[in-house]
Design a protein around this ligand. Structure first.
Ligand code: DC
Length: 249
């Protein structure tokens, strides 16, 4: 049957959904860069770190000890989580409560590794992440079937190893600490960087026991943002997308 007789011409055929997976350590800029790339390409944006943060918030809210790994996993399996994937206004709700601001608080940042290293939690959130990525292939999804930029520690390796584009966004330890200090304390002077050190380096050390995100595996492109500003980093990622898919932004 020719394309004409089915009513679908090459010009009108919907382009295949594009899945872009981006991982990297804390402070590499992966969240803000992924969000901007999604907005420019008309794709959905999935912040998987926010899902681990939401799980942590939910367990603390429900009064479950994070060391009780079985209780934490059971609670996460029943968590009424809604992830908003609009890159212009990503949102996280649990049980109808908007927790966007709450999950960025230091109490959550300090506790999240205990939840992110729980293997049963990883299995459940991994399942939800695969589901959210697959959903963006559908015309009824937020992106209208255009696809998604999914971001987080094990996205390129465990969750979406078959993504069209896989990028490891890195930056030197110095650059990552300065950025996080600026984010959290509004300055990157020596005291702010010292205060940020534990959050960034300890958390990466804890998290790297369950997800490898410092070295790119086969087929994963590395973008080093140490000497790049935000716009240059976004452009470098868009260049990799064009290179790997032939699609221009
Ligand atoms: O990127 P972030 O700081 O919001 O991530 C929050 C925590 O969740 C951090 O400890 C890393 C962990 N995480 C993970 O283990 N796997 C992911 N896919 C995303 C985040």
């Amino acid at each position: 049957m020719s394309a004409q007789t089915t009513g679908v011409t090459a010009r009108h055929r919907r382009p295949q959904a594009l899945v872009i997976a981006i991982d990297g350590p804390s402070g590499s800029g992966k969240s803000s860069v992924s969000r901007e790339v999604a907005a420019r390409l008309g794709l959905a944006y999935l912040d998987t770190g926010a899902m681990y943060r939401a799980a942590t918030w939910w367990c603390l809210h429900e009064g479950v000890s994070l060391t009780d790994t079985a209780a934490v996993a059971a609670l996460v399996r029943a968590m009424p989580l809604e992830m908003g994937v609009d890159p212009a206004a990503p949102s996280v709700r649990v049980d109808g409560v908007d927790i966007d601001a709450a999950i960025r608080e230091t109490a959550i940042s300090s506790a999240v590794s205990a939840v992110a290293t729980n293997l049963d939690v990883r299995a459940e959130l991994g399942r939800l992440q695969r589901e959210a990525i697959a959903a963006e292939r559908l015309p009824s999804s937020f992106s209208g079937g255009r696809g998604v930029v999914a971001e987080g520690r094990d996205i390129t390796t465990v969750i979406a190893p078959d993504a069209d584009v896989r990028i490891l966004l890195t930056a030197s330890e110095e650059a990552r600490l300065a950025r996080r200090a600026l984010d959290v304390h509004g300055t990157d002077d020596a005291a702010a960087v010292r205060a940020t050190r534990d959050q960034v380096l300890r958390r990466d050390a804890d998290d790297s026991t369950v997800a490898a995100f410092h070295v790119a595996s086969d087929g994963v492109a590395t973008v080093d943002s140490s000497d790049l500003d935000f716009e240059q980093t976004v452009q470098a990622v868009l260049d990799v997308v064009t290179e790997m898919t032939g699609r221009r932004s």
